[in-house]
Structure formats: C-alpha cells, structure tokens
Design a protein around this ligand. Sequence first.
Ligand SMILES: Cc1cc2nc3c(=O)[nH]c(=O)nc-3n(C[C@H](O)[C@H](O)[C@H](O)COP(=O)(O)OP(=O)(O)OC[C@H]3O[C@@H](n4cnc5c(N)ncnc54)[C@H](O)[C@@H]3O)c2cc1C
Ligand code: FES
Ligand code: FES
Length: 470
Amino acid sequence: MKRRLVFRVNERLVDAEAWEETLALDWLRRELGLTGTKEGCREGDCGACLVLLGERGEAGPVWKAVPSCLLALGELDGRHVVTIEGIAAAGLTPVMEAFLDQGASQCGFCSPGFIVALTAFLVEGRIDPVRTLVSIEGNLCRCTGYGSIRRAADRLTKDFADLPRDLGARLAVLGKRGVLPPSLAALMTSLPEPGSRPAAAPEGLNLGGGTDWFVRNPDPEPGTGVAFTDRQAGLGRIERTGDFLSVGAAVTVRAFFEDLLVRAHAPGIEAFEAQMASLPIRNRATLAGNVVNASPIADMTALLLALDARARLRSASGTRDLPLADFFLGYKKTALRDGEFLEALLLPAAAGPVRLNFEKVSKRESLDIATANTALALRTEEDRISWARLSVGGMAPVPLAARAASEYLVGKIPDAATAREAARLALQDCSPLSDVRGSAGYRTRLLERLVLAHFVRLFPDRGLLEEFWP
Ligand SMILES: Cc1cc2nc3c(=O)[nH]c(=O)nc-3n(C[C@H](O)[C@H](O)[C@H](O)COP(=O)(O)OP(=O)(O)OC[C@H]3O[C@@H](n4cnc5c(N)ncnc54)[C@H](O)[C@@H]3O)c2cc1C
Ligand code: FES
Ligand code: FES
C-alpha cells in the first residue's frame, strides 16, 4: 500500500508517500543513492546490506543491526536508519581503524556490513568478547579468512570495555570518540513521529520480520498490501495472562530468548538462541512468522511444541485457541482461515517451570537450517517424570508433537531404558524424506540419537553419556 512515511535516514528527515512493501535496501540505494549499503545475497545470509535500525522500546529507542534486504520500507515509519554513509561522516572511525590496522578488509565488499555490525555492537553497549563475535555472526567475507576480522573485533572489545549503561551517555561517548558523528549520535536518542497510523487490526498480508517472506518475494509488486504486526499495539509483548505466558505475534526471536519471564519458565533456554539464524535475523524474525511459515524444520516451532504452546488466532469475529500441534495440517498448510491472523502464542505456565533441551543437526554447525531438530520439555517429581512434551522436526511434512513418546514418559524413571523407548516411540509418527540435507535412513538414525541426547543433557548425573556413547 502507498502511505505517508516519516523516518530519519542518517541525519536527514524523510517525509514521503511510498509503497510500504518496497525493500528498504533498494530504496536507500536507488532513491537516496546510499550505495555503501551493499546488495550481496539479497536473502539475509551475508550481512553486506546491514543497517542500524532505531525503534521504540519500552524505555526509549533501541538500536539493532538488521538486514535491509529483508526490511520493508513501510517498517521505517517512525524509525531511524543509520547507514554506513552516516557512520563514515565521522571520518575514519575506531571500528574502521581497527579493520585497517589488522588488515581485515581486502576487496572491501563485505566491509560496510562488518563496520555497521560492530558499530551496532558498540551502540548496544553490552561489551564482552562473546557478544562481539555474536554481533558479526551474520556477516560473510570471502577474502580474509576471518582471523584479521576477529582481531579487529577483539581490539574494540578491549578499547570500549567501559561504555556507560545509559543510552544518551553512551552515544555521547561514542560521538566524542569518533565512532559516530556527534551530531548523528545526538539524534539517535529520539525517534520521529510516524507518518501513518496502523489500523486497529492488521489488514492484508501479515508480515512479522519478513525474514521468510522477503526471501520468497525478493521483488514484491507495488500494491501487494502488507500489514506489519510490530505496528500493532501490544503484539510485541510477552506477559503473564492467567495460567499462560502470552508471546505476542510481533515478539522477535531475540526478545523471546532475552525475556526474563521466558527464562524463568524454561531455565537455560537462552543457550539455544545461537542455534537459530544470526543476530541480525533474530533481531527481526518473529516466533509467529516461524510458526505460520510452517516449515517442518522450523527451530522456534520445535521449541514451542515442546513448551506445549497454543496458537491464538484472531479474526473480525473474535479469537479461537488451538493446540499448536493441530495448527499444521500438511506441508506448509495451516489451520489459519481467511481473514485470521496469529495474534499470540500461549505457553501454559500454571504448573511451574520446565526443564528443556533442544537438539539440532544441520550440514553446517551454525547459521544453517536443520536436517532434523527436536526439543524435550519435562517436569519431574521424586525422580520420576511427571509431565513431558517431545517435538520432532525434519521427520515429516509438518513439525510434529511426538504424542506417543510424550505420554509414555509420564511416570517413568529417566534411565537408559526409558530414553531408548521414548526414541523408539518418537520414530513411530515419523515419515522422513530423503533430500539434499540427508537420506530418510540417516534422519531416522539421527532422531534416535537426538532423543537419547536429550536425556544425557537433562539428566547429566545418570551416567547416560557413557551408556549411549561408550
Ligand atoms: C539467513 C536466514 C537464516 C535463517 N535461519 C533460520 C534458522 O536457523 N531456523 C529457523 O527456524 N528459521 C530460520 N530462518 C527462517 C526465518 O528467519 C524464521 O522462520 C523466522 O522466524 C520467520 O519470522 P518472520 O517474522 O521473519 O516471518 P515473516 O517472513 O514476516 O512471515 C513468514 C510468513 O508468516 C506470515 N505471518 C507472519 N506473522 C504472521 C501472523 N502474526 N499471522 C499470520 N501470518 C503471519 C507471513 O505472511 C509469511 O507468509 C532463517 C532465515 C534467514 C533469512
Ligand atoms: S544482501 Fe546479504 S544479507 Fe542482505
Ligand atoms: S574483504 Fe572481500 S569479501 Fe570481505
């Protein structure tokens, strides 16, 4: 849809009538001539197109690196984009200097993306060596071999270890130390008012982060008509409502893993974040999009199935809830009716926290989609399993809730025999295919081992590792 959009790009305020579904990458390059934002893969894999996006958080603006090749122009309304040109107006910044000194740039095509990612890392201000590497996990370089880039990133971790916690104070320091032009840093503490107001309920094709949709629709026709779930009040929240933790449709993967209610419900869940895409993708991707996309290997869906999630679907006539397991009707076919959208995912929380494990095998160790994935959530009482949910991905046309195995586990002692029987039962519901990621036989064997791995990790004191992998 064509709408009035008001946003800031670097230090310039833009007020334009524009097609919302246009890709931000194309618009920045073609309309504003900001060609430092590179087009590499155009599908979220390489990081060459990263920009810094400032949006409203609970306590003021928050800044994140996001891929502009999967970002709709309409999403910029009321927001602020900083491109490599905005950063470079500061001259040779400390991030660029670290790259030069370490020889971390050769052909230079990837460099703007790396500089934006590391500048975003400094603006976010949570400085530690692990986070530094996480901040560049979505960037590919075909020339350097990464050693020099890592050294440059390490130097920044050391040089900026003492950044203030407060955003305004931090931006002032970053302006003073030349990471950003001081005039731009001053603008980054507030956001412009949006030009158009969203409708009360999403109209048209609902989009979350666009990280699936834009990969399938890299050149959307003007007039496609999209509605952004993150423009709807309340859909970006995780909150306790009665017996449930309600995860709104616009909650991103990153926000989910960082949320304290979620962490209290499934202690240790944050350990699985790194297995889902890269930070720039997690900054945009929603759990709702992961579910509605209905891929049989969707990682967040596997976690949600094990957490026994229910899907709340809204239409003009009201809401209906259904178990997430019943949402998937066939390959990429869901229970969503015309005019309905997924409003929230509800996690039953009345019975208290769960113990959770997630296993994923992919051809590449990280930043790859799964050959197979599985999650197991359970509760125990006096050495016996009192409640369990096992999910399985990549073993059928839909993500599966392994019901027989889950039911079997209740009342059992979590020993080797129990684990083996759960693995056997999990396989009963499966009908794996052979594809480029693995043959049906390989997947079957894999699932069996992954179910055993759940027990090894959830019950580390039972000697199961030695039993299963002598
Ligand atoms: C580089 C890259 C790496 C990736 N790695 C992984 C990975 O490791 N694991 C993994 O599981 N996935 C991965 N993905 C896939 C994708 O990021 C996830 O599936 C993500 O969660 C999709 O969420 P989204 O908000 O971006 O969905 P969108 O693209 O916005 O939407 C996906 C579909 O759902 C519909 N939709 C979205 N929200 C709603 C709603 N509330 N109601 C109704 N319909 C809705 C949209 O119309 C669209 O058809 C990757 C993608 C990329 C580009
Ligand atoms: S162009 Fe590769 S991530 Fe956008
Ligand atoms: S320097 Fe050439 S791609 Fe990184």
